[in-house]
Design a protein around this ligand. Structure first.
Ligand SMILES: C[S@@+](CC[C@H](N)C(=O)[O-])C[C@H]1O[C@@H](n2cnc3c(N)ncnc32)[C@H](O)[C@@H]1O
Length: 211
């Protein structure tokens, strides 16, 4: 297996000693991306938030600082990521402000309309049946609740060569902004707003569950 394939495999489902290094690296390297991705989101202090594919738990940690009277849940299908996210958020978990659990985007163990905000940072590339996952997210969002996708890569001519290689080697889906918009519309999300930073190939997509 090539070095790139190994790295992408670890991004898909971090595990073991190498996964720990990758996750610690992502906690740092996704910091600026996530800051930009969330800058238009008004996280009020009573928010109930779910971060899907929480990896090393840094985004959960940051969101919990804002939602000080609410609660932030982090979910990942990698057992090791759950463990590392728990380690990072130990204090907030003890204060009942954070909960981390193992689960997949295809079937999220919450009742309907629980969350004000759901975030997905650098993870949707790996989700099977993306439409089914979006439907599941819509189900557990409150009416007028917000779903935010933050990606370091979207399909574009400028990054075509790199992105197509990643898709092939990493067995992942790098969506264009039009594709994402269409998928979200199909599922019934409204107020879809997509911003791009073309030079960096960054994408943030915000949408709401309609009334
Ligand atoms: C590239 S990492 C990003 C981690 C973190 N969000 C960050 O920005 O550092 C992708 C994460 O999504 C998780 N993941 C991938 N597919 C998933 C799925 N279907 N359900 C839940 N988690 C998933 C992986 O285990 C991994 O932790």
């Amino acid at each position: 297996m090539s070095e790139i394939a190994r790295r992408l495999n670890q991004c898909r489902r971090p595990t073991g000693d190498v996964g720990k290094i990758v996750v610690e690296n992502m906690n740092e390297s996704h910091y600026n991306l996530t800051t930009w991705g969330l800058e238009k989101i008004d996280v009020n202090k009573n928010c109930f938030i779910l971060d899907i594919g929480c990896g090393g738990g840094k985004t959960v940690n940051r969101l919990a600082e804002k939602a000080e009277s609410g609660k932030v849940y982090g979910m990942d299908y990698s057992d090791d990521c759950v463990k590392w996210s728990i380690d990072l958020n130990k204090k907030l978990i003890d204060e009942n402000k954070v909960e981390i659990f193992q689960g997949t985007a295809e079937s999220i163990p919450f009742k309907n309309e629980k969350f004000d905000l759901i975030t997905a940072v650098e993870t949707i590339y790996f989700w099977p049946n993306i439409k089914g996952c979006f439907e599941e997210i819509k189900r557990i969002l409150k009416i007028e609740g917000t779903f935010v996708i933050i990606n370091e890569m979207y399909r574009s001519d400028k990054f075509k060569e790199r992105n197509e290689k990643f898709e092939e080697v990493g067995n992942m889906n790098i969506f264009s902004s039009d594709e994402l918009e269409l998928l979200l519309k199909d599922v019934g999300f409204g107020k879809i707003e997509i911003d791009l930073i073309e030079d960096k190939n960054w994408l943030r997509c915000m949408c709401k569950k309609n009334k």
